[in-house]
Ligand binder design. Sequence first.
Ligand SMILES: [Ca+2]
Length: 502
Amino acid sequence: MRTAQGKYGLMTLAVWLGLAAAPAGAPAAARMPETGQMNVMFIIVEDWSATTPGCYGNPICQTPNLDRFATTAVRFDSAYVQAVCCNPSRSSFLTGLRPLTSRVWNNSQEMDERLPPGTITLPELLKKRGFHTAVIGKFFHTVEYAEKQLLAFDRIESYGKPPGWTGPEPILTFPPVQRAQKRDPAPKDKNSKEYREWRARNSDRYGDSGLEPEEEGDYRNAQIACALLKEFARTKQQFFLSVHQSRPHTPLTAPKKYVDMYDPAKIPAPPAPPNVGTSLYPRRVTVGNPDIFMSRQPTPREVKEAIAAYYACVSFVDSNIGMVLDELERQGLARNTIVFIMGDHGFHLGDHGFWSKYSMLENTRRAPLWVRVPGAPGNGRVCRELVEFVDLVPTVGELVGLELPANLEGLSFTPLLANPGRPWKKAVFLVENETNQVVRTRRFSYMEFGKGPVPAALFDLENDPWETVNLVDDPAHTQTRQEMAHLLKAGWKAALPDHATP
Ligand SMILES: [Ca+2]
């Protein structure tokens, strides 16, 4: 164990910021504020393509609250998850371990059965450090895991309560949603034919949810967050709060007022048209996708309607996040609360003919990430350096002073919060399973497949950002292929910034 913001962290931080070596008379380096007593809030959004927020450059999708937040935070433009879907990605960034170490790389692997003995999750570390820990909605992938992590949370809201839960009752109660009960309910047995038929029938749903915003779970989660923030302002206890937003995960439905914001006719066709011959995942194009359009490809009109519906979901989530951020301000907590807003991985919106996540391509592995440390010199700036979600635990650890396990596989990016422009990691890594892996540098992505239509793929992201032309057998790129293969084999430690030690 080591104390991140003790003998180790502060000294490292000082060296990286150039404080230790600053000659007399030199301009003062940007200083991070004292953060040890600050609160921590996570807002985790499901299945969120980094191509959609306005401040990430989308000219159509409206995210005014996030755009405003970006002016007060560091926006990470090149933040990458370590796995292709929810369970392994969350298992990674909530433990600080990469999927082949956490031994969780798909959605069916139970985190509590597979984590190496002694693994401690982020909320446990925070609780041990004295934080009051509260979770609203999904945090780990399954409720079952949360049950085994009872000790991690002082408060569980809008989430399955484990048997024997003796914590506080819900801070808010809501009337039942009448209209939702009339909808097509899911059969209970997930292995039954009826369930598979129900899933296929519902997979292509998008557009108006038929609910008022106040009836939506995501809106209610935001309301619960506001109520808890009021309580935290009163009790003045140092807190960790995680707020879940289930959209824009499928089904791509949102209240009508958000759906009405977008005219499908004005949505451009997706980049990287499907091409079975060059596809790394040809079954997606010929058979169907995991989450939506499961048994067929959508028509061109449906493509635009589904993208418009996804944008509606993002705008709805933006509004909910705005509600929480406004309350943070209103309660006087914004000045001493560190805020992380993030997707849990990306999502393909028709590029390559893909919908859903589950690929090693950019639209799965890149996710939105903003970090606001009150008073941080980098706030309001964009960080284009490569960072990984596995860095989140070490980062929180350095900021608030946690006893971090010695086997973590990320690097605190706190120095980028002081100076978002300083050179950082040379590459990021993601795995699909034990044999399929990708490494991405600033210019190239290189993939190896144990199983798949090709054994390897190489893309020049500078000239081909959507990864459509596989250069792996191009004689002009032989050396690059060798270098990337070497880097993939060498792993994350070989990609650390010069002179950095994790
Ligand atoms: Ca997810």
